[in-house]
Design a protein around this ligand. Structure first.
Ligand SMILES: [Zn+2]
Ligand SMILES: [Zn+2]
Length: 573
C-alpha cells in the first residue's frame, strides 16, 4: 500500500469537497514531481461510480496506469498506442485520440473524468478534448470533471480557469474550468525536499540576444523564423556556449539541452562528444525516440539535445544539468523545462540551470496574465487600495527594485459567497463613459452605470483624424512648466510635443480646492504611473517636482474651440 504526503491528502480533500457541493469542472495545480499520479490514484479509488483518466500521450497514460496498479488497484487501459482497449473496468486510463474514436457505448456510466496535463484543452469548442468532454457530459448526467496540471496557463488564451480558491479572478472570459480548488507552489516542493533545488545561472558566458523578438499576438508564441534568424546572425556564439556546457557538466550525470530549431539542434550536436550525445525532435520516429530516451535514462548517453518535445511527460530523474538555448514565452514553459531536472535521484544534490538566452525568467515568479508590454517589464506585486489584497501585474522597477510603474488594470481579488465570486471591483485603469462620466473596466463594451456603448480608443483616434477641427498628436515628449497667469496665480502648463516639435498644451491653476480637484480628475487620475497611490495636489511647483510619477499619453486629441486647440482626450497604451 501507499501513504499520501500531507499535501496530496489536502489536494484530494479539496476536490472531494468541491464536488460535494457542485459539478462545475475544477482544476488542481501540482508542480512536476509532486506525485500527481498518486493523487489521481487516490481520487479514482475513492470515487463513487466509474472513472476515466485521460491524457494526451500514451506515455502519460501508461505512467498513470502503472502507478495505479502498483498501489494494488485494478484498472483498464483504452489506448491504440498501447494496444489495449478495455471497456468494462471501473477505472479506465485512456488516451484522448483513441477515446475520440470510441463507440457510443464506451461513453456511458462515467461519474468522474480526470484529465492529466489539462492545460492542453483548448478553448475552442470543436477541439478533440472539448468534443469528447461534451459527449461525456451529454451521456452522463451530473458528470464531474477534474483537470490536473503543473502550469494552468496557455500561451494563446492565458489562464485555463476563472477563479482561484484564494480569492483571485484570473480571467473574466469564458473558461471550461471554473475554479482552481488546490495549488501547491514549486517553492514549497523544493523547501520541503520533495524536489532537488535548482541552481540558476543566468548568462554564464556570452549568450544569445533575443531581446528584439516579440511573441505573436494570436498564439503568444515566438515566430520560428525570427528565432532562426537570430540564431543564424549570432552563430558564432554557439561554440562558446557549448564549450561552457561541457565545462560545467564534467561532474554531471545527465544533461538536457533545450533549443527550438532543428538546424540549431544539429549544429549543437556537432559540438558535443559524439558517442554520448544525441538529438530528439518532433519528427524523430516514435520507436527511435523510445530507444534514445531509454539509453539516456540508463545513462549510456549523457547529452540530450531536444527541440520542443520533451517539455512534458518525460521523466529522467538523474538529469542534473539543464541548458536553455531557446527563448521561453512564459514562466509556465520555463517551469516545465526546469522541472525536467528537479526530480529526486540518489546522490543528486542539485540541478544546474544554465540560461543562455539572456531573458532572466525567475522560476518562482507567478504567471502574469496579459502581454508583457516591453522587455524591461517584470512581475510586480501591487496591493489594492480598496481590499488591501495583493495583485500580480507586469511592471517596471528601478535599480533598487522600487516599483515605478505597473500595467495592472483592475483588482484581481474578491471573495467567494458560496460558489459565486464577488470581485473587489477596484479599477487601476479605466475607460470614462462619455455619457455619464463613470469609470468602466478597460475591456468593457458598455457603461456599467448607464449602459451607453463605450467607444474604443482606436475608434476615437480614427474619428478625430477624419475631422477638420480636430488634431491628433502622437506624443514624443511631455513637459511641465510652472508659471503665473495674468492674475498672478500659480499655474501649471503641460506641453505635449510630437516628433516634429509641434505641441499642444493644457493649463491648470491651483488657487482653490475646486481647481485642485479638477486637476486631480483631469490629470492625476489618468497619468499616475502608480494609480493606487495617494497623491495630494498642493501646488504647481510641487507637481513639477514630482513629474517622474506621471506617465505620458501615446496620443492627445485636441479640438479647435474659439481660436484655440483644447485637449479633449488622451489615449494611453
Ligand atoms: Zn481589491
Ligand atoms: Zn455611462
Amino acid at each position: 500500500m501507499y501513504k499520501l504526503r500531507p499535501y496530496q491528502t489536502e489536494a484530494t480533500n479539496a476536490v472531494i469537497s468541491h464536488f460535494k457541493s457542485n459539478n462545475t469542472p475544477c482544476v488542481v495545480v501540482l508542480p512536476t514531481g509532486s506525485g500527481k499520479s498518486l493523487v489521481i490514484a487516490e481520487l479514482a479509488h475513492r470515487a463513487h461510480g466509474r472513472v476515466l483518466v485521460l491524457a494526451h500521450v500514451k506515455e502519460l497514460v501508461a505512467q498513470n496506469f502503472e502507478k495505479y496498479e502498483s498501489y494494488g488497484h485494478k484498472a483498464g487501459v483504452y489506448s491504440a498506442g498501447l494496444s489495449r482497449k478495455d471497456t468494462n473496468s471501473n477505472v479506465i486510463f485512456g488516451s484522448i485520440q483513441s477515446i475520440a474514436n470510441a463507440s457510443d457505448t464506451f461513453f456511458q456510466d462515467f461519474n468522474l473524468i480526470i484529465i492529466d496535463e489539462c492545460h492542453r484543452i483548448s478553448n475552442e469548442n470543436n477541439s478533440q478534448y472539448r468534443k469528447v468532454l461534451s459527449h461525456l457530459m451529454e451521456m452522463n448526467e451530473g458528470l464531474k470533471v477534474l483537470g490536473l496540471t503543473a502550469t494552468p496557463y496557455r500561451m494563446d488564451t492565458g489562464w485555463v480557469y476563472n477563479y482561484h480558491y484564494d480569492g483571485f479572478e484570473k480571467t473574466s472570459e469564458d473558461r471550461f474550468f471554473k475554479k482552481c480548488v488546490y495549488e501547491l507552489p514549486l517553492r514549497f516542493m523544493i523547501k520541503n525536499n520533495y524536489l532537488t533545488p535548482p541552481i540558476l545561472i543566468d548568462s554564464p558566458v556570452a549568450c544569445y540576444d533575443f531581446s528584439n523578438i516579440k511573441p505573436k499576438n494570436e498564439s503568444g508564441l515566438y515566430s520560428q523564423t525570427e528565432i532562426s534568424d537570430v540564431l543564424k546572425d549570432q552563430k558564432r556564439v554557439t561554440p562558446g556556449i557549448i564549450k561552457n556546457v561541457l565545462d560545467q557538466s564534467i561532474d554531471r550525470k545527465g544533461v538536457m539541452i533545450f533549443t527550438s530549431s532543428v538546424n540549431h539542434a544539429q549544429e549543437i550536436l556537432t559540438l558535443l562528444p559524439k558517442e554520448i550525445s544525441t538529438i530528439v525532435t518532433g519528427s524523430t520516429p516514435q520507436k527511435e525516440r523510445d530507444q534514445i530516451l531509454d539509453s539516456f535514462k540508463k545513462q549510456e548517453l549523457k547529452y540530450l539535445v531536444n527541440v520542443s518535445v520533451l517539455t512534458t511527460g518525460f521523466d529522467a530523474p538523474h538529469v542534473d544539468l539543464i541548458a536553455i538555448l531557446r527563448p521561453t514565452e512564459s514562466i509556465g514553459l520555463y517551469q516545465q523545462i526546469v522541472g525536467r531536472g528537479l526530480r529526486l535521484f540518489p546522490e543528486k544534490i542539485d540541478c544546474l540551470i544554465l540560461d543562455y538566452t539572456g531573458t532572466c525568467v525567475n522560476l518562482f515568479n507567478p504567471q502574469i496574465d496579459g502581454k508583457r508590454v516591453d522587455s524591461n517589464s517584470t512581475p510586480v506585486i501591487i496591493e489594492c487600495p480598496k481590499c488591501n489584497e495583493e495583485n500580480n501585474f507586469w511592471g517596471l522597477v528601478d535599480d533598487e527594485d522600487n516599483i515605478i510603474e505597473h500595467y495592472g488594470r483592475k483588482c484581481q481579488r474578491g471573495i467567494f459567497e458560496g460558489e459565486s465570486f464577488i470581485p473587489c471591483g477596484y479599477l487601476f485603469r479605466f475607460k470614462l463613459c462619455h455619457n455619464c462620466n463613470s469609470e468602466n473596466d478597460i475591456a468593457a463594451r458598455v457603461c456599467k452605470v448607464c449602459t451607453e456603448t463605450l467607444i474604443d480608443p482606436d475608434k476615437k483616434l480614427k474619428e478625430a483624424m477624419s475631422l477638420k477641427d480636430a488634431h491628433v498628436l502622437r506624443v514624443e515628449h511631455m513637459e511641465f512648466v510652472s508659471s503665473f497667469d495674468s492674475k498672478n496665480n500659480e499655474q501649471l502648463i503641460i506641453n505635449y510635443y510630437d516628433a516634429d516639435a509641434q505641441s499642444i498644451s493644457e493649463k491648470y491653476t491651483f488657487s482653490n480646492d475646486g481647481q485642485k480637484l479638477a486637476f486631480y480628475h483631469n490629470f492625476v487620475r489618468h497619468h499616475l504611473k502608480r494609480p493606487e497611490k495617494y497623491f495630494e495636489v498642493k501646488s504647481s511647483s510641487d507637481v513639477v517636482d514630482k513629474r517622474r510619477l506621471f506617465r505620458e499619453p501615446s496620443f492627445v486629441i485636441a479640438r479647435y474651440v474659439k481660436k484655440h486647440w483644447v485637449v479633449r482626450e488622451k489615449v494611453f497604451n
